[in-house]
Design a protein around this ligand. Sequence first.
Ligand SMILES: N[C@@H](CCC(=O)N[C@@H](CSC=O)C(=O)NCC(=O)O)C(=O)O
Length: 279
Amino acid sequence: MNTQANLLSDQRCFDGNQQRWRHASSTLGCEMTFSIYLPPDAGPHTPVLYWLSGLTCNDENFVQKAGAQRMAARLGLAIVCPDTSPRGDQVPDDGAWDLGQGAGFYLNASAAPWQSHYRMHDYVVHELPALVSTHFSLSAKKSVSGHSMGGHGALVCALRNPGHYHSVSAFAPICHPMDCPWGIKAFSAYLGTEKDGWLAWDACELMAQASERLPLLIDQGEADAFLAQQLQPTALLAAAGKAGYPLTLRMQSGYDHSYFFIASFIDDHLAFHAQALQT
Ligand SMILES: N[C@@H](CCC(=O)N[C@@H](CSC=O)C(=O)NCC(=O)O)C(=O)O
C-alpha cells in the first residue's frame, strides 16, 4: 500500500479541523480524495465513523450539507468521508448518473470493463482505514453509516465484515439492490448478469447469514420519492425479523430523500454510534 497522502485543505470547525486529503489508491488504481473531520483534542481515544454518500456525490456532500461537525465535536468522534467511486480519465465511466463514476455501489466489481478499478468495498473496509491509521493518531474503533447507495454500502460493509465495526446506521438505504432498478442496473454491469454472484452484495441476503449482531439504526423519510421502488426498507425489516437481527427502523413523516432529511436526524445517528463505540 502506498501510504503517501497530501493535505488539500484544512479548516477550523467547532474547535476541531475539517480536512481534505488526496492519495494514490492501490486498490482502485487511481488518485482518490477523502475528507476527515477531527474533533477537538483528537487522539488515540477518538473513534472513527465512516460515512458513505449516495449516487452523484463525492467526499464533500456530507461535509457541506449534513451539519454533523457540531455534534461530532461534542461527542469526540472523527468522521471519514470517502468518494463514491474511483475517479479519473483512465477509469471506466458511463453517461448515466447512476452507473460509473459517482456510483461505485461499494462493491468489488467482477465484470469487464469495471473490475480493475471498481473495488470500493475493499477501499472503504481495508485501504482507507489503513491509510487513516498511518496519518492520524486515532482509535482503531470504527462504525459505519451512509445514505441511499451509501446506506446500502454501510449495511453491506458491516454485514460482510464481522468484528470490523461497532455499529451501523443508514438514511434511506437501498435495502434490497437485487430487486430494485438502481441495484439491478449496477449489479448487472459490475457483477455480470448471473444473479448468484449478487447475493453477497445484498443486505437482505447477507442478513440471513449474519454471524454478528451490531446495533443497527435506519431512518427513512415517508415522503421520499424513491421509497417504494428503490429503497424497500420493509424487505430489510422482514429479513431482520426472520434472522432475529435487532433493527430499529424509524419512518419519519414528511421527510424526503435530501440532505435536509439527513441534517434533521444526523445528531441521533452520531450519538447512537458514539454510545456503541464506548464499549
Ligand atoms: N439525478 C439526481 C438525483 C441524485 C440524488 O438524489 N442523489 C442523492 C443520493 S441518491 C442515492 O444514492 C444525493 O445524495 N445527492 C447529492 C446531494 O447533495 O443531494 C441528481 O443528480 O440530482
